[in-house]
Design a protein. Structure first.
Length: 604
């Protein structure tokens, strides 16, 4: 790929990633502005060692166990503990009677909002991965609850939350209509990202079928896994695909990222060509990719702590080996390595942030979750550019190999096998579409004589001279090949007249008799040509070559009629030759005149 195109592609990808980041930041800003319309007067937390406490017990007897907490706090919850949050809220605007509280974290296992009604009874709304999304108060990507906040009057609400590992999360409060609009904008951005990934996947499947390139199939598998994983991490899959399966909705948050990490290692191993150029690293990458995939399949059979360790290992090991393979490719001046490094910087960053959040070192937020989708949207097109560069290199090598196998090594013309295929195409066109074409077999009749008296080197030079002369009578689009040592086959496409074929062959015969300029030894080339018009007679490829070869064999080496056509049954009767003329005498003045004229000058 030219440097200018690489620069433009990289610039385009950079601007796309910046635009997506700007949109996501804009969504966060809008959410923050809505949250400012509800004031959190107090926020306290208590972690219950167990799961037995009820809202009645917590709101009466456990009040003294609550401690003040901050918005970005990380709560040390686990499989057998429960987090209780007590929030004292006050609406700052009286015009909006309907309010909403969102927890924009799709991976929370279980969360319940408790608030009192007008009679003082506690009303609950439930959400989380342990419940079917269809049973939520407001089905969506993440928990969202309705709030009743009278203007100017503080209200106390409780959140009961369970999760398998330490977690911190933001609270987004605001008017219900504004919160709904924010959720729709988020769906718009994520839908555009996932739609782009789906289109790239389908396009690569089509390209793989057209070019029969397994690299595009690997990319399609990688992009499809990436799309499904991003849809799962952002909560779209749980909302729209498996909203009736809470067990899988919870497990998919870990299974799919692990499987993606394994597919990523195997895909980059193939893309970077690591196995061929760095066998040890290639074997290590293969083993690591298979191990990560195996861990993904046993994910559901282990306990929650082991699941956390599996996800952390996969999300760290995959970027590390990816950067190693990309660096090795870049070190050998392979442009694919540069594209991979550029693509995996944002992905590796989001993976590290995910591991930090998994161990409770940073709080979960829309930036740590939805940013992975933006990183994927920027990385997948860059990897596609790397794939195109690799595929282009492989096709160039394949083209060079095809040229070696389909071209005659001495003359550069088509080989005998390739010429037979071209002849089959011409015959098929004449049969199916009535396309006109002429087939000519040309032979250097004095080649063995040249070899005997002047040696093999001179014979090969004469074959090269013959190939040059053939190029003067055929067009660039006309197939020409060497089918034997001193025998050539030509196809004149679109020719249906004997006169046109004979005129070209007369020029070829005449040019062979003209000595080469500056040659110390004058070695003429005596050409004989056997011709067939497919508009007159259609035969199979084998029969055409056999019959034209027989016509050449029937000619005398000293014949004065070196251009002959294969006789056909419906050919009109020609005027009889004069009695004194022999069988090889020339009856066409058009053949003698060019020979006499060209015989007087030098070879052009």
């Amino acid at each position: 790929m030219p440097a200018g195109n690489r620069y433009r592609s990289a610039t385009w990808a950079l601007w796309v990633s910046r635009a997506l980041a700007a949109v996501l930041l804009g969504v966060g800003f809008v959410a923050a502005s809505h949250a400012a319309e509800v004031t959190i007067l107090a926020q306290e937390s208590w972690i219950e060692d167990g799961r037995q406490a009820t809202i009645g017990q917590v709101s009466s007897r456990r009040v003294g166990q609550f401690d003040p907490t901050t918005e970005n706090a990380i709560y040390a919850v686990g499989p057998e503990s429960t987090l209780w949050l007590r929030l004292k809220l006050q609406a700052t605007r009286a015009e909006s009677p309907n309010w909403a509280l969102d927890i924009p974290v799709p991976l929370i296992d279980y969360v319940v909002l408790y608030q009192q009604d007008a009679d003082g009874k506690w009303q609950s709304q439930s959400a989380g991965d342990n419940l079917p999304v269809s049973a939520w108060q407001r089905p969506g990507r993440y928990p969202s609850f309705d709030l009743a906040l009278p203007a100017g009057t503080p209200r106390t609400v409780y959140l009961q939350l369970r999760h398998s590992d330490p977690i911190g999360f933001p609270l987004r409060l605001g008017p219900a209509a504004a919160q709904e609009q924010t959720r729709q904008v988020e769906y718009l951005v994520l839908g555009a990202i996932l739609g782009t990934l789906v289109l790239l996947t389908v396009w690569c499947l089509i390209q793989g079928g057209i070019h029969r390139d397994a690299a595009y199939a690997w990319y399609a598998a990688y992009a499809a896994t990436m799309t499904l994983t991003m849809a799962t991490v952002t909560g779209i899959s749980a909302h729209l695909l498996w909203n009736e399966s809470p067990r899988w909705a919870d497990a998919a948050q870990g299974v799919l990222p692990v499987l993606l990490a394994g597919v990523n290692v195997l895909f980059l191993r193939h893309l970077c060509g690591t196995a061929a150029r760095n066998p040890r690293v290639g074997h290590a990458a293969m083993a690591l990719g298979v191990v990560i995939l195996a861990l993904g399949f046993v994910f559901l059979a282990v306990d929650s702590r082991t699941q956390t360790n599996i996800v952390a290992f996969s999300l760290i090991a995959s970027p590390v080996i990816s950067f190693v393979m990309a660096a090795l490719a870049w070190r050998r001046h392979d442009v694919v390595g540069g594209w991979v490094i550029l693509a995996y910087i944002p992905l590796a960053t989001t993976a590290i942030v995910a591991v930090l959040r998994l161990h409770g070192w940073v709080a979960a937020s829309w930036l740590t979750l939805d940013a992975s989708a933006a990183a994927s949207a920027a990385a997948v097109p860059l990897l596609l550019l790397a794939l195109n560069a690799r595929s282009r290199d492989r096709h160039a090598v394949k083209t060079r190999v095809n040229k070696v196998t389909e071209q005659d090594a001495l003359t550069g013309l088509l080989s005998a096998t390739a010429m037979e295929r071209q002849l089959k195409v011409a015959v098929s066109g004449a049969i199916m579409r009535r396309q006109a074409a002429a087939v000519v077999v040309v032979e250097i009749v004095n080649l063995e004589h040249i070899r005997e008296f002047h040696g093999d080197a001179m014979a090969e030079q004469c074959v090269l001279r013959a190939a040059i002369k053939l190029h003067r009578v055929v067009r660039d689009s006309d197939p020409a090949g060497r089918i034997a040592t001193g025998r050539f086959a030509l196809i004149f496409e679109g020719v249906s007249s004997r006169d046109e074929v004979q005129e070209r062959m007369v020029r070829l015969v005449a040019s062979g008799l003209v000595p080469a300029r500056g040659a110390k030894v004058e070695v003429p080339l005596r050409f004989h040509a056997a011709c067939l018009l497919l508009s007159e007679k259609i035969l199979t490829t084998e029969l055409i070559l056999r019959d034209l070869t027989r016509v050449l064999a029937a000619m005398s080496p000293r014949t004065r009629r070196p251009v002959r056509f294969l006789e056909v049954p419906h050919e009109r009767h020609r005027p009889p030759r004069p009695p004194h003329a022999g069988p090889d005498s020339v009856t066409q003045p058009a053949l003698l005149d060019p020979l006499r004229r060209l015989g007087k000058g030098g070879e052009g």
